[in-house]
Design a protein around this ligand. Structure first.
Ligand code: DUC
Ligand code: ZN
Ligand code: ZN
Length: 484
């Protein structure tokens, strides 16, 4: 056997096992995992290093207009490069439908934008306008093209879908084998809080946290899960930021429903006290759901450990401090600030340093949370998300001992701040391989614009989940009405 690339002497870890082995690659595919493989055309010495599946960033906003119209600072080039330096080999950003836009046009636009990506990519389709044409023609067409996840917002006036619309989308997704994702917060509660806070002059960034109460998230998660369960559809709750929200996800899963939960670094590494920095710096920390408190951080660590939340995503939503965040003026009211913060490069290193090295999570759980679970949930496994014979050779070699202080200067995105500035993080990806080619090594970029390819994803995997419908939707118990 002659290999194009052999990674020798490292410790390989997957979502289930950790073992010493060499990894041989031919034509971009892993073709051997064994002891003492011969050298390849290229051989990388990984002794003392961890050889992990390339991470999959499945929640990031890249070259996307926000609900308020602000464009993210990162395009598909800078966003994918930053992801690469953070150990990622695949990204799944959003292709966002604005109301009135056809899904066909949205996908054409994002395909053009994404052609710059250095990493393989897919899209989740954000749906804000589920017309009959969208539901009956355009979503099935998107699905046939391999876009097998749709996202809906339960809040934000420009994006929100009603419960009735959400049912239509859930049913369409279910019919075609797609997964629906949702931003779950109660729109009315938030609007009522914002209106009252602003009217009484409470406009500083810290009041953003007050305006998005935990109960608004819990209510919407509960409702989202009930809607999904009612029509027997799978649902992923993105950016869960509360203990009770994670418990709702876990409880639905225990009942056999295909419900998933995701959380993000900001909810475990930052708190609402960060919003209380001297004006206007708190604006850097405005994201939704908002930062919570230290108790919630500890709760979410437990939920990750217990497997109650399946995804760890950055929710990279990069709006520069100097221009986008302060677009409304030098000292904007909290409700005039673009929601979101960057983190695509820090997502995996933060979890490794504070999760694996501090003994909160096993290395295998780390791999599951950063790579394998996303591949399975989003129809990319086993091509992506693991190291196995036959999988794409998407591999991140980590130095588990390298310590760095996080600075914006060290990031590769197009931002002017990182919310994690000054943190000391141990364990970094030092070499990243995409489909068998070294894309980054020791801080040097080798990948080129356009190296990434669009990934056609599989349908949602129903294995083990119940698709049982309630009596009102079952002809045997609803007097024969065939509704689904
Ligand atoms: N929700 C997200 O998922 N990302 C950025 C902003 C938001 O509200
Ligand atoms: Zn959201
Ligand atoms: Zn997001």
């Amino acid at each position: 056997m002659t290999f194009d690339l052999v990674i020798k002497g490292g410790t390989v870890a997957t979502a289930s096992d950790t073992f010493a082995a060499d990894v041989g690659v031919q034509n971009g595919i892993v073709t051997a995992i064994a002891k003492d493989l011969p050298d390849g055309a290229e051989t990388i010495d990984a002794s003392g290093k961890l050889v992990l599946p390339g991470a999959i960033e499945s929640h990031c906003h890249i070259e996307q207009e926000s609900s308020s119209g602000a464009m993210t600072s990162d395009d598909y080039l800078s966003g994918s490069v930053s992801a690469l330096f953070g150990g990622n080999t695949t990204i799944i950003p959003f292709a966002a439908q604005q109301r009135g836009q056809s899904v066909h046009d949205v996908l054409a636009l994002y395909r053009e934008r994404a052609a710059k990506s250095v990493l393989d990519y897919s899209f989740h389709l954000i749906i804000t306008d589920p017309t009959d044409t969208v539901l009956k023609e355009e979503l099935p067409h998107a699905f046939a093209e391999g876009i097998t996840s749709f996202k809906v917002f339960m809040t934000y006036d420009k994006m929100v879908v009603s419960d009735e619309m959400m049912l239509d989308i859930l049913v369409t997704a279910r019919e075609h084998g797609a997964l629906t994702m949702t931003h779950a917060e109660n729109n009315a509660m938030i609007k009522w809080m914002v209106k009252n806070l602003v009217a009484k002059g409470y406009k500083q960034a810290k009041y953003h946290a007050v305006s998005h109460p935990a109960t608004a998230e819990v209510e919407a998660i509960h409702r989202g899960i009930r809607l999904a369960n009612f029509v027997g559809a799978p649902l992923l709750i993105v950016h869960v930021s509360t203990d009770e929200g994670a418990r709702l996800v876990s409880s639905a899963r225990t009942d056999g429903h295909p419900i998933f939960g995701e959380t993000c670094p900001q909810y475990l590494f930052l708190t609402k006290e960060d919003l209380d920095r001297p004006d206007p710096e708190g604006a850097k920390f405005i994201c939704s759901p908002p930062l919570r408190d230290a108790k919630t951080q500890a709760d979410l660590w437990r939920h990750l450990h217990a497997g109650n939340l399946q995804l760890w995503s950055s929710d990279h939503a990069p709006y520069r401090y100097g221009d986008s965040k302060l677009a409304a003026g030098p000292n904007p009211a909290f409700n005039q600030v673009a929601n979101g913060m960057p983190g695509i490069e820090m997502r995996a290193p933060l979890l490794f340093s504070e999760g694996v090295l501090k003994g909160r999570l096993s290395l295998n759980r780390f791999v599951a949370l950063t790579a394998t679970n996303a591949a399975k949930i989003f129809g990319l496994h086993p091509r992506k998300g693991t190291i196995a014979v036959g999988s794409d050779a998407d591999i991140a070699i980590w130095d588990p001992q390298e310590t760095r202080t996080v600075t914006q200067a060290g990031m590769h995105d197009a931002m002017d701040y990182t919310p994690f500035e000054g943190m000391t993080i141990t364990g970094w990806p030092v070499t990243v391989i995409t489909r068998g080619r070294v894309a980054m090594s020791n801080g040097t970029l080798h990948a080129a614009r356009g190296d990434g390819a669009f990934l056609k994803r599989d349908a949602f995997d129903w294995t083990g989940y119940s698709a049982a419908l309630p009596p009102e939707l079952t002809p045997e118990t609803n007097f024969g009405a065939k509704l689904l």
